[in-house]
Write a protein that binds this ligand. Sequence first.
Ligand SMILES: C[S@@+](CC[C@H](N)C(=O)[O-])C[C@H]1O[C@@H](n2cnc3c(N)ncnc32)[C@H](O)[C@@H]1O
Length: 318
Amino acid sequence: MGNRTKERLGRIDTDTNLHNKLLKYCRLNYGEVWTDPISGHKVGVIDATYPEAVKKLFDGQRATLLINDPPYNIDVGNVNTKHLFKIKIEKYIEFSKKWINSSLQILDENAHFYVWLGADYRENFQPLPDFMILMRDYSELKPRNFITMRNQRGYGTQKNWMWIRQELLHYIKGNPQFNVVYTDIPKILKGGYYKKVKGKKTDTSQRSKSNTIRPGNVWVDIQQVFYRMEENVPGCYAQKPIKAITRIIETSSKPGDLITDFFAHSGTTLIAGELTGRKVYTFDVDPVFAEITIRRLEHYRQTGKTGWQWHNPFTETD
Ligand SMILES: C[S@@+](CC[C@H](N)C(=O)[O-])C[C@H]1O[C@@H](n2cnc3c(N)ncnc32)[C@H](O)[C@@H]1O
């Protein structure tokens, strides 16, 4: 067995010894912000529930797109940790209100607002419905869509359907632009809606510009990140696929725009922003995840790789 491929770092959020060891190698302390000398991105160690700190990081600038992936309030891999926490739903809603208020301070007059969330059937599907109802209090944010992304791996027993979904809520402020994108999934069904074009009967699939289908609001074509993929970041348990974040960025912003993510973790939004020519302001309350986010960008620029696969981002600890 000896040389079996395995992630070179344990789960940072659950292993306190590891977390404390890594803190030594973090360039930012709480409240500090790193500014990227090349593309002007910013990465901070900030608490999303403090509007003043968020406002300070933005320094008067406004984001046209926000993609937030807060802790889901569900035991991830059956553990409850300080930053991927599980708290009473009332507290979770208080937490959500605070970061929504922080968001409202830095959103452009026309902006997209996306939130990843989950639902726990063992607790009446919290927090998804509670969060949706909370959002009714924010009249400036209008519901636009409700996307479900399908995971390949799920959890469940023989007695239940496998749980393989992640939810993405889409709201808008004002009237932001939306760009149509396509998947790589070929059209396999006839579209219906016959119409005559130049005297010939055509269906919708024949009339459309692409041979592949649009993503719609159920995404089945995005590979969940695992340790053999180049983009994998060891130690990060809640990493989102670059493809999912890129899809949001391309539909809901244009090159040169300022976009933001208040829960950086493995830094996926930063990498996706770099790849698509957007400027990203992002932060995490945990200095270790802010450090990983910065390192991921630096590593990408040095090697062209979007992650470390199973290798250690903190080589000084090897
Ligand atoms: C679900 S993860 C985000 C995953 C990320 N989208 C990715 O692809 O890597 C949530 C992150 O939020 C951070 N976090 C928890 N509470 C926070 C707070 N109050 N302010 C900022 N970040 C917080 C955690 O440390 C964790 O890294």
